[in-house]
Design a protein around this ligand. Sequence first.
Ligand code: ZN
Length: 148
Amino acid sequence: MSELRELYQQVILDHHKQPRNFKILDDANLKADGFNPLCGDRIHVTLRVEDGVVRDAAFKGAGCAISTASASMMTECLKGKTTEEAMKLFELFHDLLTGKTDPDPEVLGKLAAFYGVREFPVRVKCATLAWHTMKAALENDETPVATE
Ligand code: ZN
């Protein structure tokens, strides 16, 4: 597991240093804001959903390494998924971090990298902030999301 853990840490660091889809979509039709007061992470998620499929996803904001890397990987994972698949992925990711399931790289892909975060309960909110915010966007709920 230690080799895997190192690989996971590299993935998280890479996404922290070079966040993917770090922008605001001009043609977004869904959006939401999230805030994690415990850590100070702020995020703005924009999505373009057409015919029930996430065509594009992006985020902007300022947060710690975990929250930024999580948001970055989330936007990559969402593209091309149906909104149902996106919601399912939210549940799987949430279960992974709250210790309900073991990581299944076949289902979660790179997202399994966040497995180690479950050992740091305070960080779980950092890792799930983007996902809660994405869920609010999909549900068209523009009330800002707070993890507390
Ligand atoms: Zn954080």
